[in-house]
Design a protein around this ligand. Structure first.
Ligand code: 5RP
Length: 296
């Protein structure tokens, strides 16, 4: 009598008796106990082979308006996309300037409420989780301003975003914004990163600092990526990326130091070589110059 699959006898099935079912761990720190959807989204952002990510940040306009270098996101961003792992931007930037046929995962900026003209820590969450889902966001993000006037409100924003994301299996990136009155040292950044992770963020974005950046990373139980910060010479930006990775960062979320480089496409490729191939900074800078010369 055939069974439902049309096989004549049950002893023709292959149950792999004697082969234990594997229960592999997960490659990202702090993510071992997350659900499948969370892990799958994180595995789109972080390359499972290197365990790292190169994110391209171009969400600056949400507080700064037409920021130098990305006055025209539709012109500047698409040529960079093949060389990065992930896009970090606003829903307005995405819907207007990025074609939806991209396979790059999106980390969606969800906060609003402040601009550079006023107190930057006075933010709210402005994006409904349904819209993040509609945009197929791989992660959602807001910033916390530890020690700032609206510290409590920014932590509330983060908590609410995490709660919403957890409902649908969407991880949250917590960004540690640093006000002008704060010192960007390991003590402050270590405190901020740890707070963000304990509130429940699945990965954290912060600034590189010297000395003791390794302690910032070690004290944070989820992956840490660094922001690029203000534009600095290309060689210096590459050296910073290398030092961050070397001290345990899981990636770089860089904006101005890529899109305002003399040759942004070559810069993205040079940062990529550091992030995924541990290329030392002098070699990465040689690569940058070689690629730039080839493109001229
Ligand atoms: C600010 C952000 C920005 O996206 C990010 O810092 C900008 O990147 P860069 O500093 O490399 O230009 O998250 O809170």
């Amino acid at each position: 009598m055939p069974d439902a699959e049309g096989k004549a006898k049950s002893n023709e099935k292959d149950y792999g008796i004697g082969v234990p079912m594997e229960t592999p761990g997960f490659f990202l720190r702090g993510a071992g106990h997350l659900d499948w959807g969370m892990k799958n989204r994180l595995a789109r952002i972080f390359n499972p082979k290197s365990g790292r990510t190169l994110m391209l940040a171009f969400d600056h306009g949400y507080i700064m308006g037409p920021t130098t270098g990305i006055e025209r996101m539709d012109l500047r961003i698409p040529p960079l996309m093949p060389h990065v792992d992930c896009l970090m931007c606003t829903r307005g930037g995405l819907r207007t300037c990025i074609q939806p046929d991209t396979d790059k995962p999106l980390v969606l900026r969800c906060s609003t409420g402040a601009t550079v003209l006023k107190e930057l820590s006075n933010e709210v969450i402005g994006v409904a989780i349904e819209d993040a889902i509609r945009l197929n966001a791989a992660a959602i993000t807001t910033q916390v301003c530890i020690g700032a006037e609206y510290e409590k409100e920014t932590l509330d924003n983060l908590s609410r975003l995490i709660n919403a994301g957890n409902t649908y299996g969407i991880p949250t990136l917590g960004v540690t914004a640093v006000g002008k009155e704060m010192v960007r040292d390991a003590r402050y950044l270590g405190l901020a990163c740890r707070v963000v992770a304990e509130v429940g963020a699945h990965f954290v974005k912060t600034y590189y600092c010297e000395p003791d950046f390794a302690e910032v990373v070690a004290g944070c139980p989820v992956p840490v990526v660094i922001a690029g910060g203000k534009k600095i010479p290309e060689a210096d930006a590459l050296a910073m990326a290398y030092k961050a990775i070397d001290q345990g960062a899981s990636g770089v979320d860089m904006g101005r130091n890529i899109f305002n480089a003399e040759d942004p496409v070559s810069m993205a490729q040079a940062v990529r070589a550091i992030v995924h191939e541990n290329e030392p900074p002098d070699k990465a800078y040689d690569l940058y110059q070689t690629l730039m010369n080839e493109r001229q």
